[in-house]
Design a binder for this molecule. Structure first.
Ligand code: FE2
Ligand code: FE2
Length: 180
């Protein structure tokens, strides 16, 4: 298997969450209310799965290895655009958390921010995934020989294996230090 195999499979799960966000937008429009518990679930998914687990493997392993190669200008520019998308997604999820907290403490005006953030994520992810799946991942593999690809796949598995432990170590550290 090529290392892009698990990344593309992860894209399919992210797409399913984007559909759930679209459905939530419809519910917000119909009821003029939003569901904070849904937002908590979506935020956890985008932070832990989409960002740390998925973007983490892209940025820390695949993109880092590509940065050590002599990339064609087109591929370097695409990679920079993908990294900028990750930064934007992270910021938008942070804004969504802040807007949800305001909403929970009684600010109905923050619902506009909530719908704005969800709309941005719904627009961003399908475009971002299409760029990777259709225009970047396959050409990126051309820079690595078979052995390098196998090593990268092993690093991906190792990254995933430690992720759940890292997450719950942080949960406990936050509780113990009063941050949760
Ligand atoms: Fe990405
Ligand atoms: Fe991706």
């Amino acid at each position: 298997m090529k290392p892009i195999g698990p990344l593309m499979r992860e894209h399919r799960l992210i797409e399913r969450m984007v559909k759930q966000l679209e459905a939530e937008l419809g519910r917000i429009n119909a009821s003029q209310r939003c569901e904070p518990s849904f937002i908590d679930i979506a935020v956890d998914f985008f932070r832990i799965y989409a960002d740390r687990t998925h973007h983490g493997k892209e940025e820390d392993i695949l993109f880092a290895a590509l940065a050590r190669k002599r990339l064609a200008k087109e591929h370097r520019e695409t990679m920079e655009g993908l990294i900028a998308d990750h930064v934007f997604a992270r910021k938008t999820v942070g804004r969504l958390v802040a807007a949800k907290e305001k909403y929970v403490s009684g600010s109905t005006a923050s619902m506009a921010d909530i719908t704005d953030c969800i709309t941005e994520l719904v627009k961003l992810y399908p475009r971002h995934i299409e760029k990777e799946d259709e225009h970047f991942f396959y050409p990126s593999m051309e820079y690595f020989n078979r052995r390098e690809q196998d090593e990268m796949l092993d690093r991906f598995w190792e990254f995933d294996r430690t992720m759940v432990h890292t997450k719950y170590q942080k949960v406990l550290a936050d509780l113990e230090e009063g941050r949760a």
